[in-house]
Design a protein around this ligand. Structure first.
Ligand code: AMP
Length: 182
């Protein structure tokens, strides 16, 4: 099976050409078509299996088209939110989002992680990034400062959800999810 056969947007397919990947991995072949249908997925897959692209590619497929939510371009908030247990993982996800989303006009990403100064994060948010990658604690810090509107959010990913739960993030995650659209 090829990436084109999965039904991904040509803009995303073009960016994939720069990666040198020849075909989807197992988790990508299974998850991408279901995600493109708009299903909610619970996916279990090892690090190294291509799991990050399995959620980023169908998400970026959506972001390659303008939001269908009325007035979305005036809303100050992300269309894709990825929660990660650690700063390191969040930075890796941001890097991959930059590669797979390189062809999408005006696509901006922001990484809101603890252990990093707030200043550059506030600065990045001024440009209203469509992709937000965050660790739960730091995201809540930003939410409490009233800086994030989730009303145009289309995709929520809990990356390494099991690890986040092991790390005691359950209440933070529930709080964040309660602020997102149904
Ligand atoms: P992950 O499971 O997300 O940690 O991905 C592990 C590595 O697989 C990353 O370095 C990706 O660049 C790479 N990768 C993702 N998808 C593919 C693919 N379809 N073919 C080859 N490598 C891939």
């Amino acid at each position: 099976m090829s990436f084109a056969e999965l039904g991904l947007n040509p803009i995303v397919l073009k960016c994939l050409e720069t990666t040198g990947y020849t075909e989807p991995t197992g988790v990508q072949s299974q998850a991408i078509p279901a995600a493109l249908e708009g299903k909610d997925l619970l996916v279990s897959s090892h690090t190294g299996s291509g799991k990050t692209a399995a959620f980023l590619l169908p998400s970026l497929h959506k972001l390659a088209e303008p939001s269908k939510i009325p007035g979305a371009d005036k809303i100050q908030g992300p269309r894709l939110l990825v929660l990660c247990p650690t700063r390191e993982l969040a930075l890796q996800v941001q890097k991959q989002a930059g590669i797979y989303g390189a062809g999408i006009k005006k696509l901006r990403t922001v990484c809101l992680v603890g252990g990093a100064p707030f200043g550059p994060q506030f600065q990045a948010m001024r440009y209203n990034p469509e992709v937000m990658i965050a660790t739960p604690g730091r995201l809540i810090d930003h939410m409490e400062r009233g800086r994030i509107d989730f009303s145009r959010l289309e995709v929520l990913v809990l990356d390494e959800a099991d690890r986040m739960l092991d790390m005691g993030f359950v209440e933070d995650i529930e709080h964040i999810v309660s602020r997102t659209p149904a």
